[in-house]
Design a protein around this ligand. Structure first.
Ligand code: NAG
Length: 377
């Protein structure tokens, strides 16, 4: 168990960019109820959008709030778009989140999930967060926790993006680690998976977060069968067909396959299967932001202005438009290194085994972070 957790963390560290230019620092907040004393840290950019969106971004085993803050781009993107980020910090020595207890898998039942839910409510009450634009994402243990938050607190979240996790309640039991689930040996029907989510909050009939999940086929920590099981679960929750309505090869990059479930023009579940990728799939922040509607053609968020205003933090509603071009492109069907294509700012542009675009969109240049990851900055 410990070796798997460490392996997970090392892979995650190799996969992420390690660049941090965020304007501000993390601030710890104290909320109640928080029965397990989950650490809760908030990032608020200098220029916050009116009624800002909120992203809860959750770290992997052995990680920390500070680590996920510095190793992902959500804070930098918050500087640009004016949303707020909360980084939970696991309250136990292995630094994994509680994704197994009955408490955490129950709405208002206690556990780690209740502390994180309290932080969301705190942000709505104290920072003017738009309660309809609260999102959750995470990697590995944080991806499992993303499933937990979406299942136990469907009333709080509008969308989720989970990197290399397992379905809601797959880890259910008395132990922090569930080898059968981790090894991909827990399988249920779509109905059974959906029932587990519905049982977390009996009687709830309101909206639920649309769900995006990412998984590498070569994952040997939380094995790949969990990807298909998760798609069964969330398509059942939304009562849409388990058959994809659209499939895109080499999207958003070579060797990734995107499958879309539900109404193709307004999907409720999306899967990204990453051929040959292990634990964990690198975070694709710009795609998360599009999925959350913070950027992209469906954006309802007004971006923070690019010029100040030093005397006010108010955000004009008519300034900088959200990008109108999508960052999701369908590449050609051959998984060779594309020529002439551009990675978006913050996107990956190189690294060992990288087969995607190696040039960067205007305004950014490709900078090597480590042997495994170069990024458009
Ligand atoms: C699920 O969708 C079908 C139609 O596709 C409908 O007949 C059925 O009532 C729906 N079930 C629920 C629980 O909403």
């Amino acid at each position: 168990m410990v070796s798997k957790i460490i392996k997970s963390a090392v892979a995650a560290l190799l996969a992420v960019a390690g660049v941090q230019a965020a304007q501000n620092q993390l601030q710890q907040i104290t909320v109640s109820p928080n029965p397990n004393n989950v650490g809760l840290y908030v990032y608020r950019p200098t220029r916050i959008a009116a009624n800002p969106p909120l992203i809860v971004a959750i770290h992997f085993c052995t990680g920390s709030a500070q680590n996920y803050f510095t190793s992902t781009q959500y804070a930098n993107l918050a500087d640009t778009y004016g949303f707020i980020v909360i980084y939970p910090d696991a309250p136990r020595s292995g630094k994994c989140f509680d994704v197994h207890s009955t408490q955490t898998l129950t709405h208002d039942g206690g556990g780690d999930s209740q502390g994180i839910a309290s932080a969301v409510k705190y942000a709505i009450a104290n920072y003017g967060v738009d309660p309809k634009r609260v999102f959750v994402t995470g990697t590995s243990s944080g991806a499992m926790m993303t499933n937990v938050m979406a299942g136990s607190y469907p009333d709080l979240f509008a969308a989720a993006s989970a990197y290399s996790g397992v379905p809601f309640a797959c880890f259910a039991g008395t132990s922090e680690w569930n080898s059968a689930c981790a090894n991909g040996q827990v399988s249920h029907t779509a109905q059974q998976w959906g029932d587990l989510v519905r049982a977390a909050y009996p009687g709830y009939t309101g909206p639920r977060p649309k769900f995006m999940q990412w998984h590498g086929t070569a994952d040997t920590t939380l094995y790949y069968p969990n990807f298909a099981q998760g798609l069964l679960q969330w398509t059942n929750v939304f009562n849409v067909s388990q058959t994809a309505t659209q499939t895109f090869s080499n999207n958003p990059q070579a060797s990734y396959t995107k499958t879309v479930y539900g109404d193709a023009s307004n999907p409720v579940v999306i899967g990204y299967s990453a051929q040959g990728v292990g634990h964990t799939v690198p975070v694709h922040e710009s795609i998360d932001l599009d999925w959350f509607g913070i950027t992209g053609s469906g954006a309802t968020t007004t971006a923070a202005p690019t010029t100040t205003g030093t005397t006010t933090t108010a955000v004009p509603t008519t300034t900088t438009a959200a990008p109108t071009t999508t960052t999701i492109t369908t590449a050609t069907s051959t998984p060779t290194t594309p020529t002439g294509c551009l990675s978006q700012k913050w996107g990956q542009c190189g690294g060992l085994t990288w087969t995607g675009c190696t040039a960067c969109a205007a305004g950014s240049t490709c900078q090597k972070q480590n042997d495994y990851y170069s990024q458009c900055l």
